[in-house]
Each structure stands twice: as structure tokens, then as C-alpha cells.
Design a protein around this ligand. Structure first.
Ligand code: B16
Ligand code: MG
Length: 218
């Protein structure tokens, strides 16, 4: 008997590559403050909340700001970032995503989103993917960031499925840790050297199918 009843997807890095737009917006902010922000630095922001991302950025530039200044900076960065995501369309969906979501629907597996982004609703709408998700838990609905399992546990609860019957798809190490801390199975999307704690690591959703999903039953 199959144990897998639901799949919970991270957004950035799993369904769509918005890291490139986050990068442009954070880099502009860094440059305005007089320091550079590299693509390597950007790796440290994946899966991390907006305010923690800003703290990391400021630590790279060795700059200190008040809480009030930080809020203003995060707002400015987000306004810039949103101009990019509003230009996105379904062509930005990562390969294999729609096909895999369609397969899950056909097989009766429930689908939820578990993302740190407060822009998740906007992004899903731009990608025309909203209708696939029975539950959407995003950065506006959680108080604890990954690696805390809150986002995924809320997703499972909203679907009415026990954590041990859920599979999480994640591209960030903190996200993999969050899934495991929640007692869920996890498929890492990306580099096995970084996501080694996941039960299975693939390059992208184009490599997923029901057979691979059910190997996680054991
Ligand atoms: P926002 P995920 C995360 O999304 C991104 O990976 C991370 O880089 C970003 O800082 C975070 O969302 C917050 O995003 O500024 O839009 O609220 O990977 O959890 O889907
Ligand atoms: Mg991610």
C-alpha cells in the first residue's frame, strides 16, 4: 500500500528560477551602498527570508543599519524585485513541472506549496499555476523560517495529510532540513553534494515520475 498521499513544493528554485531576479535587486542595493554582491554570495540567500537575506547582504558589505533603515531597504529591494516578477509568464516555469503536476493530479496525490516568499501568490498567478495547489503556505503565513518545519507542517495540515505521508521538493539545504525535521520525505532539487540529506536528489522536476516517487515509500 502506498504511503505517499501529498507532495509539497518549494517555489523558488523548484518550480521557477526567481533567484536571478532576487540577485539583480539585491546587487543594485549593494552597489548603491558601495560594495559588490556576487552570484556566489547570492547562493547564500536561497530559501532564506527577506529580512535574513538583507542581514547577510549587510554583513558582506560590513555595514550596520538600524531596524527602521533595514525595513526601508527591504521594501525598496522588494519593489524593484516585483517589477521583474510581474514581467514573468508561463514560459518561466522550470522544465517538467507542469507534466509532473498533471501526473500527480491524475494519480490523486494532493499538492501544496511551501515557500518562504511573500510574493508566492503573485508568482504562481504570473505562471498560471495557482489552480494546481490545494493549499498555499507562503512567507505571509509562517512565523518561523526554514529549517523550522512550520511551513511544511502547515501545508500538510491544510491538506489533511499526516507528515509521514508527504514528500517535500526543495532546492535549499535549510528546506531539506525543514522537511526532515517535520518527519517528511524529501526530494532535493539540484546539487547532491549540498542536498545530501534528502532521500533522493534530482536535477529538476523533469526527472521525476511516479516510479521514482514511490521509491520513497520504503
Ligand atoms: P520574498 P522559496 C525564497 O523562496 C527564496 O528562495 C529566497 O531567496 C527569498 O529571500 C525568500 O523566498 C523570500 O522571498 O522576498 O519574495 O518574500 O525558495 O522558499 O520558495
Ligand atoms: Mg527554494
Amino acid at each position: 500500500m502506498t504511503k505517499i498521499k501529498a507532495c509539497i513544493f518549494d517555489l523558488d528554485g523548484v518550480i521557477v528560477d526567481t533567484a536571478k531576479f532576487h540577485y539583480i535587486a539585491w546587487k543594485e542595493l549593494a552597489n548603491e551602498m558601495g560594495f559588490d554582491f556576487t552570484t556566489e554570495d547570492n547562493e547564500r540567500l536561497k530559501g532564506v527570508s527577506r529580512m535574513t537575506s538583507l542581514d547577510i547582504l549587510l554583513s558582506i558589505g560590513k555595514i550596520e543599519k538600524s531596524e527602521e533603515e533595514k525595513l526601508a531597504m527591504a521594501t525598496k529591494k522588494n519593489e524593484n524585485y516585483v517589477t521583474y516578477i510581474l514581467k514573468m509568464g508561463p514560459e518561466e516555469i522550470l522544465p517538467g513541472t507542469k507534466e509532473f503536476l498533471d501526473t500527480l493530479k491524475k494519480e490523486g496525490i494532493k499538492i501544496a506549496l511551501g515557500s518562504a516568499s511573500k510574493n508566492a501568490m503573485t508568482i504562481l498567478e504570473r505562471l498560471e499555476l495557482t489552480h494546481y495547489f490545494e493549499a498555499i503556505i507562503d512567507g505571509t503565513k509562517v512565523s518561523k523560517a526554514k529549517p523550522d518545519p512550520e511551513v511544511f507542517l502547515k501545508g500538510a495540515q491544510a491538506l489533511g495529510v499526516q507528515p509521514e505521508n508527504c514528500v517535500v521538493f526543495e532546492d535549499a539545504e535549510a528546506g531539506v532540513e525543514a522537511a526532515l525535521a517535520g518527519g517528511m520525505k524529501c526530494v532535493g532539487i539540484g546539487n547532491a553534494a549540498i542536498l545530501g540529506k534528502a532521500h533522493l536528489v534530482v536535477d529538476g522536476l523533469h526527472q521525476m515520475n511516479m516510479q521514482k516517487l514511490y521509491t520513497l515509500n520504503n
